[in-house]
Design a protein around this ligand. Sequence first.
Ligand code: COA
Length: 147
Amino acid sequence: MEIRLATAADETAVCRLWKILLNFYRKEASPEMLKRSFQYCMGHPQRVLIFIILIEGVVTGTASLHMGHFSTWSGQFYGHVEDVVVDPAYRCRGLADLLIRHVIEVAREHNLCRLELTALNVNKEARNLYEKHGFTTDSVAYELHLK
Ligand SMILES: CC(C)(COP(=O)(O)OP(=O)(O)OC[C@H]1O[C@@H](n2cnc3c(N)ncnc32)[C@H](O)[C@@H]1OP(=O)(O)O)[C@@H](O)C(=O)NCCC(=O)NCCS
């Protein structure tokens, strides 16, 4: 088992996992869009880090750390965890646990003051995962689509 940052060579594997996540959310994005997003992340490591977890060389899960959100209350930067997904064939083996632990460690190394993320109310698996790692919520998430 290995956790590492994705490289350009991992594009197909990461986009495959992102597609699984999109299907889970019943959302659509073209393969070209996913590839462009992956390439954007590769080109902007100061903004987004994509982590992957591999079993015997196979990319089985991913999570991203988006950085650079500024907290005016503390004068420090905070991060967003996005795109957490494990290949269905490898679930319930502790892989997301390891990924989230790693993301938190890296966030600390980058001196981020907190991490935020969103999960669907009904997504019990994800909510259990995040709460196990200390994430709490007393908020309601809103969104306004501008495009
Ligand atoms: C959520 C997800 C990433 C968990 O991945 P996983 O590798 O199977 O999770 P792990 O085996 O590491 O489990 C870690 C913790 O998550 C929670 N969890 C995972 N699967 C669960 C399940 N089927 N039922 C309840 N809790 C579950 C538990 O708290 C678990 O800890 P525990 O084993 O000590 O109880 C995976 O189910 C997934 O990819 N789901 C679809 C995409 C998704 O929902 N992503 C999150 C978007 S916010």
